[in-house]
Write a protein that binds this ligand. Structure first.
Ligand SMILES: Cc1ncc(COP(=O)(O)O)c(C=O)c1O
Length: 384
């Protein structure tokens, strides 16, 4: 049998902390390794397959599109891309009338940052401490953690980081050069920290008053993950620029920003060869239709409440706090989390870290009650 691990170790980029398993197949909420062992997947491609692995809506759209047209650049009109734009428009607030399609979360953030500078004529961006917005130079400049940044300096100038959920500190940092504030509604990579309602409303009001753009990064929280189609809906605010990616195309690479007509780019100011390619666009149409047909956001809210209540009932003195929204859940431990991630894998459940002490659960949103019960049972076991 081919040694897949050896091949990736030999030819891989070195930047991923590899886990000792070769995943070869996925269906719904489970994946299988090369020996046929089943794992309940609470990684979901890093929060990508909200609609479940190999979702039939997505598979059908990909198959049909692959036999029809695989690529079409943004300078030509395209049937599938236009239908996806119409669909995104249907599920986002009416103020956000226009869409730029790209291929990843970092690219969506880059587009939002470039748009903020060009639309406002100002240069500076305020981001939050513990924020994660991606690893390209602009997105990395908005990201907080020094660990990801310090070896790549100098980064893009003009970025400040202020404490999350502290409105006064953010307001003090605003200057007449501030083009935009960028925020996650839940900091997914930075410890599963949930934004306070009051904080988000106050930031929205300040941005209105000072003519600053509010970028909401929903790369991880979007597409039903938190119990609403988008997490900002919990807060009664609307962003000026909405960043999307991950779960949008049911597993295929895609990203987008959604913004009002008045912020539109001028011709030649931005672009992407693969952005809005027909296969990803078709997959996204399938994934979003599935979310709508099965009321996936409501399912995530109900399942999240069920799982949260079960996790909170675990009696372990290793747990400091359980927090999150919908099916984006963090279990903060009083010690380093990595050994528990590996122990969970031995128990047949794939989980993620968030920061160094938080065990993060990002299951597919089609996970069953029985599967959630098993996950909780295994967590309880490894945390004894
Ligand atoms: C909130 C947020 N923004 C941006 C990104 C970057 O996305 P990508 O890895 O697709 O570039 C991530 C990735 O985890 C994220 O969680």
């Amino acid at each position: 049998m081919t040694d897949f691990k050896m091949l990736e170790d030999q030819f891989g980029p070195g930047c991923y902390p590899m886990r000792d398993v070769v995943i070869t197949r996925g269906q719904g909420s489970v994946v299988y390794d090369e020996n046929g062992r089943e794992y309940i997947d609470c990684v979901a491609g890093q929060g990508v397959v909200n609609v479940g692995h190999c979702n039939p809506y997505v598979v059908q759209e990909i198959k049909q599109q692959a036999e029809t047209l695989i690529t079409c650049s943004g300078t030509f009109y395209n049937d599938t891309r236009s239908l996806l734009m119409e669909k995104i428009n249907e599920i986002t607030p009416p103020e956000l009338s226009n869409i730029f399609l790209c291929n990843s979360g970092a690219e969506a953030v880059e587009a939002a940052l470039k748009m903020s500078r060009i639309a406002s004529g100002k240069t500076d961006i305020i981001a939050a401490m513990r924020a994660f917005h991606g690893r390209t130079f602009g997105a990395l400049s908005a990201t907080f953690n020094k660990k990801y940044k310090k070896e790549f300096e100098p980064l893009v100038p003009g970025f400040d980081h202020v404490p999350y959920n502290n409105f006064e500190k953010l307001a003090e940092t605003v200057t007449d050069k501030t083009a935009a504030v960028i925020l996650e509604m839940i900091q997914g990579e930075g410890g599963v920290n949930v934004a306070d309602e009051n904080y988000v409303r106050q930031v929205r009001q300040l941005c209105n008053k000072k003519n600053i753009l509010l970028i909401i990064d929903e790369v991880q929280t979007g597409f039903c993950r938190t119990g609403k189609m988008f997490a900002f809906e919990h807060y009664g605010v609307v962003p000026d620029i909405l960043c999307l990616a991950k779960a949008m195309a049911g597993g295929l690479p895609i990203g987008a920003i959604v913004f009002p007509e008045k912020l539109k780019f001028a011709q030649g100011n931005h672009g992407s060869t693969f952005g809005g390619n027909p296969i990803s666009a078709a997959a996204a149409l399938g994934a979003i239709s599935y979310m709508q047909d099965t009321k996936l956001a409501e399912q995530a809210a109900e399942k999240g409440a069920y799982m949260m209540q079960k996790l909170q009932a675990i009696n372990s003195d290793k747990i400091r706090q359980v927090r999150g929204k919908g099916l984006l859940i963090g279990i903060e431990l009083k010690e380093k989390v990595q050994p528990y991630i590996l122990a969970m894998m031995d128990e047949g459940v794939l989980t993620l870290p968030s920061g160094s002490t938080v065990l993060r659960l990002l299951p597919t949103l089609v996970i069953s009650c029985e599967q959630m019960d098993t996950v909780v049972e295994r967590i309880e076991k490894v945390l004894q």
